[in-house]
Design a protein around this ligand. Sequence first.
Ligand SMILES: [Ca+2]
Ligand SMILES: [Ca+2]
Length: 186
Amino acid sequence: MRKISKKILVMVLCVAIATGAFGGALLVINEAKAATTTGYKVTIVVKNGNNDIEIPTNNNIKSGNSYSGIQTLYVKCKDICRVYATTDNKNYTRQSGSSSDENTYRYALTIDRKMTLVVVKMGDINFDGNVDSTDALLILRYDVDKADLNDLQKKNGDINLDGKTDSADALMILRYDVNKAKFVCN
Ligand SMILES: [Ca+2]
Ligand SMILES: [Ca+2]
């Protein structure tokens, strides 16, 4: 008898919910579902950072989630790093960051389409995690048409941000490599 009463109670509740008797509860469920399906998927890729680049786990943006509008990405980097956004993995746009402390950089990003954010050390254009003479040599070879660089490599090798990736940038990397120069976040 008791079992039957419970069954009837469950059935009545199910009918009540389905017919909207608890409309508020139904609305909440629908809203929660909508929140996970709106926005644009953001993927964060860290090019080899040699453990010097860290994406804090409590970040506003988490790789694989969907967002829209202006969002903030925090990156911890022992060396200077840059963040680039791409929607086609061919063309990259450098994001302007500001440092909130010595090693943490803050990037305000406008997310209006599905995108990939690439985090890489400034000047590391062979993406081995080091910024050294190998990168400088690659730039010099590119400068004399002996090597080809993709868009990300060219932009990440443009240390002085003059729109060219050439011997001036290679020299800055060499000076950095022998501790004669410090890079400034740009
Ligand atoms: Ca390198
Ligand atoms: Ca340059």
